[in-house]
Design a binder for this molecule. Structure first.
Ligand SMILES: [Zn+2]
Length: 131
C-alpha cells in the first residue's frame, strides 16, 4: 500500500499481466471507481487478475484476444460467502456493469469478476454470468 498513487489499495504487481510481459494498462477511470468501491467495502480486495495482454487472455479465458481484461476495465477479486454478497451489492451501486461469479470449490479460489467495459455485439452490458 502506498500514498503515492490515486488507488493506494491496489498494487502494481496485482494489476500487471501475469504472463511475464509486464504490461499494466489498466484504465485510470476504472481504477478510480475500483478504489472508491474498496474504500466503501472497507476490507481487502485482492486482485487475482487485472490487466491481461491479448495473448495471455486468449490462454486464460474463452474470451480470446479481446476479452474484458484486455481493456483494462476488468478485475477478478478473491472473495467468497458473506463478503462476496456485500461486495456484489456495493459493486452494483457503484456502477459496475459486468459481473461474473465463480463461487464453487476452494474458498481461496472463489472470485467475483467486475468490469465496466463498453457494450458490444455479443458482449452486452449490464450482464451477469457464472463460470
Ligand atoms: Zn501478458
Amino acid at each position: 500500500m502506498s500514498d503515492s498513487t490515486p488507488w493506494p489499495h491496489f498494487s502494481e504487481s496485482e494489476l500487471t499481466c501475469h504472463c511475464g510481459c509486464r504490461r499494466q494498462e489498466m484504465d485510470k477511470n476504472f481504477l478510480t471507481k475500483l478504489e472508491a468501491l474498496r474504500v466503501a467495502f472497507g476490507k481487502p480486495m485482492p486482485v487475482t487478475s487485472g490487466f491481461r495482454c491479448p495473448m495471455h487472455n486468449a490462454q486464460a479465458s474463452h474470451t480470446g484476444l479481446s476479452g474484458p481484461h484486455t481493456t483494462g476495465k476488468a478485475v477478478d477479486i478473491q472473495v467468497s460467502g458473506e463478503d462476496a454478497y456485500h461486495l456484489l451489492a456495493m459493486a452494483l451501486a457503484h456502477g459496475f456493469t459486468g459481473v461474473g461469479l465463480s463461487q464453487s470449490g476452494l474458498r481461496q479460489h472463489r472470485f467475483l469478476h467486475l468490469d465496466m467495459i463498453e457494450p458490444s455485439p455479443g458482449r452486452p452490458r449490464p450482464f451477469v454470468w457464472t463460470y
